[in-house]
Design a binder for this molecule. Structure first.
Ligand code: 13P
Length: 247
């Protein structure tokens, strides 16, 4: 569905020096032209990355404040993200849900605000291991999807990232069958609860221990429309391999 979309989520990693090297590797990489590629640096490096990347790759932020900026110590507003050249924001990432404690409703509000200001949203969903083992994978994903659906005015500028929490940073990647199964369920949910058009147009990307070795098999799955990559996005050549796994 749609143009293959690959995001590199750098999380809380990097220094000016390591990021200079990573950007240079990305600028030198040969990337397939029919792929949307974004990277999400830590806020403090967005300006450095934006001014040194060659323009092929868009910038995403890893978070945004829920409303207009102002007296919110430690937060970064959507307006500031746009001002520094961001086109996207990652919201609902498992680390923000489960480490920092953001809930579905707060995440929905953030998504609505960001979309309203013209940012694209990479909307993350995914179950914990105990939820999968209890047979609740679909229910958890549906609840997270519903929170987005209840809040957002339109799905035009949303990419859904299915990131099973047990696969994030663990080296335990979902099998192509496991990922495809949830992607189909997500698409069905969109069809039944939003519209057939949104279901067929919305890109659903997979995240969780994606690397240069496992991306090709995953990319072949009918409903996997790209990837959200953590650790492997910190290595330029490997990230390029993942971008180029488009089929
Ligand atoms: P890893 O690729 O390091 O497992 O991280 C995935 C992720 O959380 C991307 O947002």
């Amino acid at each position: 569905t749609g143009t293959f979309f690959v995001g590199g989520n750098w999380k809380c990693n990097g220094t000016k020096e390591s990021i200079t090297k990573l950007v240079s590797d990305l600028n030198n990489a040969k990337l397939e032209s029919d792929v949307d590629v974004v990277v999400a640096p830590p806020f403090v490096y967005i300006d450095q990355v934006k001014s040194s990347l060659n323009g092929r790759i868009e910038i995403a932020a890893q978070n945004s404040w829920v409303s207009k900026g102002g007296a919110f110590t430690g937060e970064i507003s959507v307006e500031q993200l746009k001002d520094t050249g961001c086109k996207w924001v990652i919201l609902g990432h498992s680390e923000r849900r489960h480490v920092i404690g953001e809930d579905n409703q707060f995440i929905g509000k953030k998504a609505a605000y960001a979309l309203g200001q013209g940012l694209g949203v990479i909307a993350c969903i995914g179950e914990l291991l105990e939820e999968r083992e209890a047979g609740k994978t679909f229910d958890v994903c549906y609840q997270q999807l519903k929170a987005f659906a209840d809040a957002v005015p339109s799905w035009d500028n949303i990419v859904i990232a299915y990131e099973p929490v047990w696969a994030i940073g663990t080296g335990v990647v979902a099998t192509p069958v496991q990922a495809q199964e949830v992607h189909v369920a997500v698409r069905d949910w969109l069809k039944n609860n939003v519209s057939a058009e949104v279901a067929s147009k919305t890109r659903i990307i997979y995240g969780g221990s994606v690397n240069g070795g496992n991306c090709a098999e995953l990319a072949k799955q009918e409903d996997i429309d790209g990837f959200l990559v953590g650790g492997a996005s910190l290595k330029g050549p490997e990230f390029a391999t993942i971008v180029n796994s488009v089929t």
